[in-house]
Each structure stands twice: as structure tokens, then as C-alpha cells.
Design a protein around this ligand. Structure first.
Ligand SMILES: C[S@@+](CC[C@H](N)C(=O)[O-])C[C@H]1O[C@@H](n2cnc3c(N)ncnc32)[C@H](O)[C@@H]1O
Length: 254
């Protein structure tokens, strides 16, 4: 595909070998095309590895963080479960939102919590709202440990950000979906892999081996869940689609 931006003519042209389309550069559609390429190139350049939250690295696109904040503020979960801790920045982020709302706590699971990351999270101002569990997120003992920390009737949001193979995410969806309460979500993050398979840092099998594929099969098998991008609480634009590394990620429990 060839994308051409002509700033003099204020046009964006897309030539995909069969069809050529020319758009007004200052149109919502042109913005979406540019944003898609921006996200792809940015991922390759490790843009998401440049952010931190309250001192801890968080490996997320800021728009995904802000959209998640919109959901957390609306759902006001008692418990946020996240698989995939890494440096702990996302746990700290969710916990800081819980602290600001005066409601909620966070449970994180990682197959390997490196000692310096554990220490930094344990010494952090937000640690009183965080529990970390070390082990594979699909190990039945680990799943049991997470579930034992949640009381009946609590509102739960689950974010899956660990191993992003289709099979692993499918197993996580099966393991954790029963925790998710009505109108809350289980989020299969990082489905942008399906668009990144041909980027220099991508891998060929990502064309099929990605979290969104697991989410789609899960939604078909579990009609109580629908793939649905959460509505934006504020929108004074003509835009409607997230610029995201989490396409098709949000599974809402009906
Ligand atoms: C993308 S990073 C998580 C990023 C983090 N959520 C953030 O926003 O900064 C993925 C993490 O998943 C962990 N991981 C990989 N396989 C796992 C598994 N089977 N169970 C739990 N964690 C796993 C890795 O150790 C790594 O720390």
C-alpha cells in the first residue's frame, strides 16, 4: 500500500494496488489512516517504552491509558486484576486511580517479578492498594490465589497483558472471565500485533497469533460477553475510533 501526503494540496492519497482513493488531508478518515501508520511506526521505534507513571515504567500507549482511566472511573471496580506486571507502572497507575477515587485495589500476576521491580513496587506510595502474585497467569494454583483475594459481590475488571499468544490469551480468558461483573470488562490487550507482523520488529505468525483472535473466538463461545470499544465520555469531534494498541480488546460482560 502506498500512502502519499501532499501538504500543498492538503490531500492524502491511498493506493492499494487495486483502488486509489484521495481524501481531504483535514478529514477524520485521513486522520485515522495517518494515526494507524503512526501507531505502527511508533511501536517499531519502541515509543511505548518511553513512559512512566509516578516513577515506574509503564509499557503502554498513553491513549490506551487514558481510555482505560475512563472505564475505571465509570465502572469503579472494587478489584482490578492485571496479568503482566513488568516494571509495575501499570499496577501503580491503576492503584493511583483507585486511591484518587477512594475505591478499589489492584492484583497483579507475573511469571517473573524481578527483585528490583518487586522492591520498587513494595516501596511505592501506592503499594497499600497492590497485591503481587508470582507465577504463570494460567497456572490453576495462581488463578486460585487471585480468586481467593476477591470477595463475593465485588465489582471486578480484568486486564490481560502478559504473554500475548492467541493460546495463552484464550486460556487467560477462560481462567478469569467468571470474575468479571456485569458492565465491567475483561481486556485482551495488544491486539495490534495483527497489524505489526510485517514491521521490522514484528513476527510473521502474528498475522494469526494475536490476542484479538482469542477475544473473537471467546466472544463467539460466550454470548454473555461482547467485543465493544467503551464509549468516550467526552467527544466534541467527529472522530470515533481509538488510536490504540488494543484493537478489539474490550470484552464487556452483558
Ligand atoms: C507487556 S509486559 C507487561 C507490561 C505492563 N502491564 C505495563 O503496562 O507496564 C508483559 C509481562 O508479562 C509477563 N508474562 C509473560 N508470560 C507470562 C505468564 N505466562 N504469566 C504471567 N505473566 C507473564 C512478562 O514477565 C512481562 O513482565
Amino acid at each position: 500500500m502506498k500512502i502519499t501526503i501532499d501538504t500543498d494540496l492538503e490531500q492524502l492519497s491511498v493506493d492499494d494496488n487495486e483502488v486509489q482513493t484521495t481524501l481531504d488531508l483535514f478529514s477524520d478518515e485521513a486522520f485515522e489512516i495517518i494515526s494507524g501508520q503512526w501507531a505502527k511506526v511508533g511501536w517499531n521505534q519502541r515509543y511505548v517504552y518511553t513512559f512512566s507513571w509516578m516513577g515506574r515504567p509503564i509499557i503502554q500507549l498513553p491513549e490506551d491509558m487514558v481510555r482505560t482511566q475512563e472505564v475505571i472511573y465509570r465502572v469503579k471496580p472494587d478489584v482490578i486484576v492485571e496479568t503482566g506486571i513488568a516494571h509495575g507502572g501499570s499496577l501503580i497507575y491503576y492503584a493511583s486511580l483507585c486511591k484518587a477515587m477512594g475505591k478499589g485495589r489492584v492484583i497483579g500476576v507475573d511469571i517473573e517479578i524481578r527483585p528490583h521491580n518487586r522492591k520498587a513496587v513494595e516501596e511505592h506510595e501506592m503499594f497499600d492498594l497492590i497485591t503481587m502474585i508470582e507465577g504463570s497467569s494460567i497456572d490453576s494454583d495462581i488463578v486460585g490465589q487471585v480468586k481467593a483475594l476477591i470477595k463475593p459481590g465485588e465489582t471486578v475488571l480484568v486486564i490481560l497483558d502478559s504473554n500475548h499468544t492467541k493460546q495463552h490469551v484464550a486460556d487467560e480468558l477462560e481462567a478469569y472471565h467468571d470474575l468479571v461483573t456485569k458492565d465491567s470488562y475483561i481486556v485482551a490487550t495488544d491486539g495490534s500485533m495483527k497489524d505489526l507482523y510485517n514491521a521490522p520488529r514484528g513476527e510473521a505468525d502474528w498475522i494469526w497469533n494475536h490476542p484479538t483472535a482469542a477475544a473473537e473466538e471467546f466472544a463467539e463461545a460466550h454470548p454473555e460477553f461482547a467485543i465493544e470499544q467503551p464509549a468516550w465520555p467526552f467527544n466534541e469531534s467527529g472522530l470515533s475510533k481509538n488510536i490504540t494498541h488494543w484493537p478489539g480488546a474490550w470484552l464487556r460482560r452483558e
